[in-house]
Design a binder for this molecule. Structure first.
Ligand code: OSB
Ligand code: MG
Length: 374
């Protein structure tokens, strides 16, 4: 595949409603989309960085900078055998996994189209339908959270995840658990606690949670191993895991019993598949996390979720939970039993609505192989 052109676009798009986590509230999304042309075929990727560095160090702005000044110049005009060879082109750039993932995943989409297969098939996925859960933001009251949970369960979702933070935890979880004693329930703290809170976190053991996601520091695997030894609830790592080496470290240290894989956080499909393989070989279940993506990022998440290690329902849910109007067609829809049917047509399997993207594009930059060579 020859990387003939790369186009970055920043789009601005408002979520249907604000999403609150322990690190902030998200409403007006600023998202970088990457379009790559390889062998005459156009592939799309989405950068999942947030507007602020509250989840990880990357932001929309740092991704734009690193893609523009380092990643695109390193990749333009290059000839690679497959998208899996892309990481080698950007190996000299440390970190910035979300920025890299935007371009790498666009190449995976292009490669699947060139080969005339679905992205799921190209990745080696086997599932035809994936299991879906939802992530619910922090609410004003436990009662309003219970109401939201009820609505999501009525839509068919198979697992409910509650965002928590200190002072917004026990009471909320207890209210949901009381109303729904048997549902698959988990919580996500996005690093809001410290190891000194172990005694407090042990109180969550009573709720029979499927997992507790990333309770401690975003970059501290060791502290999680110390916490896991003190609580019954399975810890799931999100923020801490950026590659297969981190996954191996976490598993060896017994810092978690489950791992959440996010394409952006690990740098794209190639590394995501490696993380999945490491976890699978050690009996650690994985699931696909979400970053409030548009349909492009969502379609990549769906394809990744078809790999064999993805045993638990992911945070991959319907477009309409987030957007009045998505930028792909058809929108991502969830069946009455909480699954998404994996598209079988070539590439992402959804049509990218370029017209809608153009209308909300606020800046753009294109690199061209001919110009780069001249
Ligand atoms: O930690 O999983 C997270 C959203 C933004 C940043 C971090 C996280 C989340 C979510 C939302 O939980 C998942 C989704 O896209 O539905
Ligand atoms: Mg998380």
């Amino acid at each position: 595949m020859k990387i003939e052109s790369i186009t970055l676009r920043e789009i601005q798009k408002r979520l249907k409603s604000p999403f609150e986590t322990s690190f902030g509230i998200s409403l007006d999304r600023r998202i970088v989309l990457v379009e790559v042309v390889a062998d005459g075929v156009s592939g799309w990727g989405e950068v999942t960085a947030g507007e602020t560095p509250g989840y990880n160090p990357e932001t929309t702005e740092t991704a734009w900078h690193v893609l523009s000044d380092f990643i695109a110049p390193a990749a333009i005009g290059k000839e690679i055998g497959s998208a899996a060879e892309f990481p080698a082109l950007v190996e000299h750039i440390r970190g910035h996994e979300m920025a890299k993932s935007g371009l790498e995943n666009a190449l995976w989409d292009a490669e699947a189209q060139i080969k005339g297969v679905s992205l799921s098939k190209l990745l080696g996925g086997t599932l035809q339908e994936i299991a879906c859960g939802v992530s619910l933001g922090i609410r004003e009251t436990p009662q309003s959270l219970v109401k939201r949970v009820e609505e999501e369960l009525r839509s068919g979702y198979q697992r409910i995840k509650l965002k928590i933070k200190p002072e917004k935890d026990l009471e909320y979880i207890a209210a949901v658990r009381k109303e729904f004693p048997t549902i698959r329930l988990s919580v996500d703290a996005n690093s809001a606690y410290r190891l000194e809170d172990a005694e407090h976190l042990r109180k969550l053991d009573q709720f029979g949670l499927l997992m507790m996601e990333q309770p401690l520091n975003w970059d501290d695997i060791f502290a999680h191993s110390q916490l896991q030894a003190q609580i019954k609830t399975a810890i799931c790592l999100d923020e801490c895991i950026h590659n297969a080496r981190h996954a191996l470290t976490a598993i060896e240290l017994k810092a978690c019993r489950i791992i959440n894989i996010k394409l952006g956080r690990v740098g794209g499909h190639t590394e995501a598949r490696e993380v999945q393989a490491v976890c699978r070989s050690r009996g650690i279940p994985v699931w696909c996390g979400g970053m409030l993506e548009t349909g492009i990022g969502r379609a990549h998440n769906i394809a990744m979720s078809t790999l064999a290690g993805f045993i638990l329902p992911g945070d991959v849910s319907a477009s309409k939970r987030y957007w009045e109007e998505d930028i792909i067609e058809p929108e991502v829809e969830v069946t009455a039993h909480g699954t998404i049917r994996v598209p079988t047509s070539a590439g992402l399997g959804y049509t990218v609505r370029r017209d809608r993207i153009e209308r909300i594009t606020v800046r753009r930059n294109t690199w061209n192989a001919q110009l780069a060579a001249a």
